[in-house]
Ligand binder design. Structure first.
Ligand code: FE2
Length: 479
């Protein structure tokens, strides 16, 4: 039986916004389905919750809409003893609650973000909405929905919204959507980038969730930094040419610009280092939006991710459809290395398939991973977020295995669910969300990570379409 909460969305996209077409059109209901149909068999040792975050605006947007703008919606599939249940919930940000009181949108999107709504309209919800729409992580038994320009949003186990979380008052700024958790210590490493100096704030929270370290650092220019990495002893950042255009922003120019003269460098700081301890190493001019992993081998640090030679987010008000091309949609699998002793650096392509949403078995975060998982593009008409292939790289022998979903199929990000009885790095499952454009349906699929090419071992039928979104995670049930 499927139950609705009664909360409804109102987006029809009568203005034909690019980022609301097709499977970007938001769903209008919150549903709960206690038992979903399953094709195949859910592995008996797979118990926990798969959650996918993504934009799902409740109201018709004001002005140009970008998928970065939409109210966060969580789609969760809970798996217990072979049975799957589903629920989806809007993230009730203060900004969305203000709009719910009004019955219409009040916040402009990123293309006109400086046009703040008046306090008389949105009350104490603040000048900028934090839609919490990008990622979802669990640390110190707290589920946090993340958006890189605001505080984390605390989410309950039933996907209800608890509210903004500021680490007991210790975090006053923003938090990246991509923290890194050290599985050996339980510590969480994260950062925020800032338009004005200090440009980079770096934080460590201990295993209990207490903020125990904070460092402010200056960079040559205010840059957008989306992801970071850890080794077992250091945190790693990339400073790339994605530069905020502070002067131009006020006059409607693009908020971020590709400025190759900024170059690209990799910064390495001991986990508990100070601002003077970070060391920067120049690498080829490039940008990585999402990394796989980093690890140290003696003085050598290796890191990998999907590399862009240039990136364009298409945020500006006048961005055209052609701005969302291949280079916006996916990068190329790439590894970089630096030698802390000699200062030597280098990099090389891992493969020539375009892809994104780089993931590993997070139990190996910070130490060498042999297996890299990616959502890839193989179709000619490449669009942002429209993945069609689940890819696994084996770095031992530089081989690739993959599974193509079919011509009507579309994939999101895979989350790696480790097998609690496993011993090897790829003992576990990849869980991903799909959309079938032929029949307008979605599934959550489970692949055995040891044999990706075999395709799904189980396909959970979702009682409504899941619009394309951003990041997903797997939260195992405590054993
Ligand atoms: Fe991301």
């Amino acid at each position: 039986m499927t139950i609705t909460t009664g909360l409804t969305g109102h987006v029809t996209n009568t203005a034909d916004q690019l980022d609301l077409r097709g499977n970007m059109l938001p769903v209008s209901q919150e549903l709960t389905a206690e038992r979903c149909d399953v094709i195949g068999e859910i592995p008996s040792s797979l118990n926990g919750m798969f959650v996918r975050n993504g934009p799902n605006p409740m109201y018709e947007p004001i002005g140009k809409y970008h998928m970065f703008d939409g109210d966060g919606m969580l789609h969760g599939v809970t798996i217990a003893n072979g049975v799957a249940s589903y629920r989806n919930r809007w993230i009730r940000s203060k900004g969305l609650e203000a709009e719910m009181r009004l019955g219409h949108a009040a916040y402009p999107g990123l293309s006109d973000v400086m046009n703040f709504p008046d306090e008389s309209v949105v009350g104490d919800a603040g000048p900028v909405k934090n839609p919490a729409n990008t990622h979802i992580v669990r640390h110190a038994n707290k589920i946090l929905a993340l958006w890189e320009q605001g505080l984390p949003t605390h989410i309950a186990a039933d996907l209800g919204t608890v509210g903004p979380w500021n680490f007991d008052g210790e975090l006053s700024g923003a938090m990246t959507a991509h923290p890194r958790i050290d599985p050996r210590t339980g510590m969480m490493f994260f950062f925020s980038y800032n338009l004005f100096a200090p440009h980079l704030s770096y934080y460590v929270a201990d295993a209990a969730g207490k903020l125990v370290h904070k460092v402010n650092m200056d960079l040559p220019a205010p840059v957008m930094i989306h992801d970071m990495l850890i080794t077992d002893s250091h945190s790693v950042f990339m400073d790339s040419p994605v530069v905020f255009n502070l002067e131009g922003m006020m006059s409607g120019e693009p908020m971020v610009q590709w400025q190759p003269e900024n170059g690209t460098r990799i910064g390495v700081i001991p986990h508990f280092g100070g601002a003077d301890d970070i060391r920067w190493f120049d690498v080829e001019t490039s940008h990585v939006q999402h990394f796989w992993n980093a690890w140290a081998d003696g003085n050598r640090i290796e890191l990998s991710g999907c590399r862009f030679n240039q990136i364009n987010f298409g945020i500006e008000a006048e961005a055209s459809e052609t701005d969302a091309g291949v280079e916006s949609a996916g990068g190329l699998p790439h590894r970089y290395w630096i030698d802390l002793q000699t200062g030597d650096t280098g990099s090389e392509d891992i493969d020539d398939m375009h892809g994104e949403f780089c993931r590993v078995n997070d139990d190996y975060a910070g130490v060498r991973t042999n297996y890299l998982y990616m959502s890839g593009f193989t179709r000619d008409a490449i669009q942002a977020a429209d993945f069609d292939t689940i890819v696994k790289y084996d770095q031992d022998d530089d081989s690739r295995s993959s599974w193509y979903i079919g011509d009507d199929g579309h994939l999101g990000e895979s989350a790696f669910a480790p097998d609690p009885n496993g011993t090897k790095e790829d003992d576990g499952w990849l869980i991903n969300s799909t959309y079938n454009s032929a029949d307008d349906t979605s599934e959550v699929i489970i692949l055995d990570a040891r044999d990706v090419a075999a395709g799904p071992v189980a396909r959970v039928q979702i009682p409504q379409r899941m619009p394309f979104g951003f990041h997903a995670n797997w939260f195992p049930t405590a054993s």
